[in-house]
Write a protein that binds this ligand. Structure first.
Ligand code: NAD
Length: 279
C-alpha cells in the first residue's frame, strides 16, 4: 500500500455515537496519522420503533470531538442504501483525494427474541444492515481501491456471534455469519490487488448497543430471571481477563490490521474477547 507521500484515508461506518466502537476506531486511526471520514445515519432509523440510532447531531458532535486528533470529515450514510454508500466513497475521495481503508462497523441489535416470535421485518433489518451493508460498502470501496491501483484494507467488525449461534440472537448471528463468509470470499478476490480483507470478532464490549431498550442486557437478564446488574456480573465471570472489552480494545485490533505490520494477514477473523467463551 503506497499512496505516495500523503496520509492514508479511512472511512468508518456507524461511528457517530459517543462511547461506541466506531468512534474509538476513528480516534485510533486519527492518532495513527490517517485522515478519517466518519459516517452514520443522518436521521432516525425509519424501520424500528424500539431502536434509537445515532442521528445528525451525534455525527456533528463526533466530528467536533475527533477534530482535535486530526483531519476528520463527517458524511451521513445509511449502509443499506447503495446510493448513500457510493456518495460516501465519492465524498471521501472528493475531500481527501483517495480512499485506502474501509471499516465496516455499522450495526444494531433488534428483534432479540425466540425465532418462533421473530418478525420478518426484524430479521430483514439485521441482514440489511450487517450483511448487505457490509457488501455494499465493501464493493464500492474495492472498486475505488482497484482503480487507484496501490492496495488497501477492509476490516469488518463482526462478533463472536459470527462464530457461534446464541439464543434470542438468530437474526444478528445470521447477519454476522454472513459477514464472515463474505470476508473470506472477498479476501480471495482482492488479494491480487494487494487489498487485505479481515474481520474483528469482539466478545462483550461495553457500549450503548447492549443497553438499548430490548437489547442484550434487558432480554438476557429477563430470560435468566435476574437483574441486569446480576447479568453483567455473570458475563464478567466468563471472561478470563476479568473485564469487558472497551471500545479501545477493539480499535487497537483495527489499528493493527490496517497498519503496515499486518500487510500479510488476510481472510482472518480475529477474536478480541479477553478469552471469553460464549455459549
Ligand atoms: P452502537 O450502537 O454504539 O454503534 C453502532 C452504530 O451503527 C450506531 O451509531 C448506529 O446509528 C449505526 N447504524 C445502525 N444502522 C445503520 C445503518 N443502516 N447505516 C449506518 N449506520 C448505522 O454499537 P457498538 O457496540 O459500538 O457496535 C459497533 C459494531 O460492533 C456493530 O457492528 C456491532 O454489531 C459490533 N459488535 C458489538 C459488540 C458489543 O458488545 N457492543 C460485540 C460484538 C460486535
Amino acid at each position: 500500500m503506497s499512496p505516495g507521500d500523503g496520509p492514508r484515508v479511512a472511512v468508518v461506518t456507524g461511528a457517530a455515537r459517543a462511547g461506541s466502537i466506531g468512534r474509538a476506531i476513528a480516534a485510533r486511526l486519527l492518532r495513527d496519522g490517517l485522515q478519517v471520514v466518519i459516517s452514520d445515519l443522518g436521521g432516525p432509523l425509519d424501520t424500528h420503533p424500539d431502536y434509537e440510532s445515532a442521528g445528525a447531531s451525534d455525527l456533528r458532535d463526533a466530528r467536533d470531538a475527533l477534530g482535535a486528533l486530526g483531519d476528520v470529515h463527517a458524511l451521513p450514510c445509511d449502509v443499506r442504501r447503495a446510493g448513500d454508500v457510493q456518495a460516501l466513497v465519492d465524498g471521501a475521495v472528493e475531500r481527501f483525494g483517495r480512499f485506502d481503508v474501509l471499516v465496516n462497523n455499522a450495526g444494531l441489535g433488534v428483534g432479540l427474541t425466540p425465532v418462533v416470535e421473530l418478525d420478518e421485518a426484524d430479521w430483514r433489518l439485521n441482514l440489511d444492515v450487517m450483511a448487505t451493508g457490509v457488501f455494499l460498502c465493501s464493493r464500492a470501496a474495492a472498486r475505488q481501491m482497484i482503480e487507484q491501483g496501490d492496495g488497501g484494507r477492509i476490516v469488518t467488525i463482526a462478533s463472536q456471534a459470527a462464530k457461534t449461534g446464541l439464543p434470542l440472537l438468530s437474526a444478528y448471528c445470521a447477519a454476522k455469519f454472513a459477514a464472515l463468509g463474505f470476508t473470506q470470499s472477498l479476501a480471495h478476490e482482492l488479494g491480487p490487488h494487494a487489498i487485505t480483507v479481515n474481520a474483528v470478532c469482539p466478545g462483550t464490549v461495553d457500549t450503548p448497543l447492549l443497553a438499548v431498550k430490548g437489547g442484550v442486557y434487558e432480554r438476557y437478564s429477563a430470560m435468566a430471571g435476574i437483574t441486569e446488574e446480576q447479568y453483567r456480573k455473570r458475563v464478567l465471570r466468563t471472561i478470563p481477563l476479568g473485564r469487558m472489552a472497551t471500545p479501545d480494545d477493539i480499535a487497537q485490533a483495527v489499528g493493527f490490521l490496517v497498519s503496515p505490520a499486518a500487510g500479510y494477514i488476510t481472510g482472518e477473523a480475529i477474536n478480541v474477547t479477553g478469552g471469553q467463551e460464549m455459549h
